[in-house]
Design a protein around this ligand. Sequence first.
Ligand code: PDD
Length: 280
Amino acid sequence: RTVYVNGDYVPEAEAKISVFDRGFLMADGVYEVTSVLDGKLIDFGGHCKRLARSLSELAMQNPHSDEEWLAIHREMVARNDIVDGMVYLQVTRGNPGDRDFAYPANDVAPTVVLFTQSKPGLAESPAAKTGWKVISVPDIRWGRRDIKTVQLLYPSMGKMAAKQAGADDAWMVEDGFVTEGTSNNAYIVKGNKIITRALSNDILHGITRAAVLRFAAEAQMEIEERNFTIDEAQKADEAFITSASAFVMPVVEIDGAALNGGKVGPVATRLREIYLEEMR
Ligand code: PDD
């Protein structure tokens, strides 16, 4: 693979980052994941906008304009012959040359890294036909989940707990209410109504969430942005998650309780179809 490091496109074996990089030592960095379908970046504008916001919330310089980011992403897709897959982008606060809790002065340049992952047939994922099983875990993450930081250890633990339980993902629960999945936003469906937690610092403001809610409204579906419990979710008609990498993924089981008879439901299926049709 060809990866991108601070302006250079290099074979992955030649890429070098300092051991003092704050991304490595302190998870002091942010990231974005943009899907590629048929060689085309999906909703890149949204990811670029959120990247700028994440950087700004952490008082980090944005090293590139939106046009430059787009050009780098396109170059990575081309150099790695990506038809279906994704582009991962990470910006950290760079290498101050030592370990220190205080941020370094502004003359320390951020570290920019990109790589691609090839996922042939990404949009035709067989999992979308059978749906995911999820378990619930307490949400003990920090209070700024709206910033897309590389601090992903707790979501990794949640994913492992899910795997050990024979499930596909974990929904995190705080004060009795579902916040989001380990790397996706969570929804339940009651009749023609889609229910999902409102935006706040408690969850990541999903780019896929924004698009799916827009398409749902255009399709005359009702949307309620409010908290819901695991108990309510287990009694819902359907559930699903959204993310840049899974698009719209139906959820058929929550903590052992089957929804819609354990089968993928019509609303999640329709939203997935609409999303893929509109975005590709
Ligand atoms: N994760 N919530 C969390 C905690 C996430 O990590 C993500 C994305 C989302 C969905 O956001 P979006 O629709 O913009 O992808 C919600 C990415 C895909 C990842 O970490 O791989």
